[in-house]
Ligand binder design. Structure first.
Ligand code: CDP
Ligand code: CDP
Length: 225
């Protein structure tokens, strides 16, 4: 392989980033990396260990005790926190309510970005998150910036969690999404912004198949290189 291809997908909460990223990875036989899962797993560790967010030495020490690994099965990515499968637990509300504050901490971001860059070093990957096209892979060949109407996003997430049997109201989800979007776009450390060269993809009225076709059209020229 001459040069590996990186597809960077950034955007607001619950707007379909991971759905698109997984579908692209499956279609193109690329590796999918869910960077949000990494911040969520760190959050779970901090919550379980009642890590103080005020003391930077405590944070650095806690980060040293965190070992994160992905393993893929049937194009489903599973995340292991110190060897324990935590893929479901990291999607639950306690983590969702705390993750943006923890993802705003400089030390946490530095470590996650280093890990993410290592993962995309020599492989074709699709990575989704908030700062992939701006900070993690500013030279990615293809960048998408995804967005969708906040009400539609909350409804989609509500349906997803309801199917899994989590008792949470649509209002709670809407509030959480709005709050995280605010924190993610206004934080000091690599806030969520569209990279100048990112293609905007508003999927408010698109099906998962339609967004996949849109993205594949944009990626096609790079595959022919
Ligand atoms: O799936 P959802 O859009 O709800 O969020 P996620 O991708 O799982 O990310 C959870 C949180 O992690 C986000 O709200 C951000 O605060 C943080 N995050 C980040 O700061 N940078 C990334 N590259 C990915 C996620
Ligand atoms: O990764 P992110 O938080 O941006 O969103 P996601 O987990 O990919 O998508 C959130 C929900 O929206 C999932 O249940 C998807 O199946 C659904 N979705 C949809 O209904 N239509 C789309 N065009 C994209 C996603």
């Amino acid at each position: 392989m001459d040069k590996n291809i990186v597809v960077a997908i950034d955007g607001y909460s619950s707007c379909g980033k991971s759905t698109l990223a997984k579908a692209l990875a499956k279609k193109l036989h690329f590796i999918y990396v869910d960077s949000g899962a990494m911040y969520r797993a760190v959050t779970l560790y901090f919550l379980r260990n009642e890590t103080s967010l005020k003391d930077h030495d405590v944070i650095i020490d806690a980060l040293e005790h965190i070992d994160l690994n992905f393993h893929s099965r049937d194009y489903q990515t599973h995340i292991l926190l110190n060897g324990e499968e935590v893929s479901d637990e990291i999607r639950q509300m306690p983590v969702s309510e705390n993750v943006s504050a923890i993802a705003a901490i400089k030390e946490v971001r530095m470590q996650m970005v280093k890990k993410q860059q290592k993962m995309g070093k020599s492989k074709n990957i699709v990575m989704d998150g908030r700062d992939i096209g701006t900070t993690v892979f500013p030279n990615a060949q293809i960048k998408f910036f995804m967005t969708a109407d906040p009400k539609i996003r909350a409804e989609r997430r509500y349906n997803e969690l309801s199917i899994k049997g989590e008792k949470v109201s649509l209002e709670e989800i809407f509030e959480n999404i709005a709050h995280r979007d605010f924190q993610d776009t206004t934080r000091e450390e690599s806030p969520l912004i569209r990279a100048d060269d990112a293609i905007i993809l508003d999927n408010t009225n698109l099906t998962e198949q339609q967004q996949l076709e849109f993205a594949l059209e944009k990626i096609k020229p790079f595959l022919a290189l």
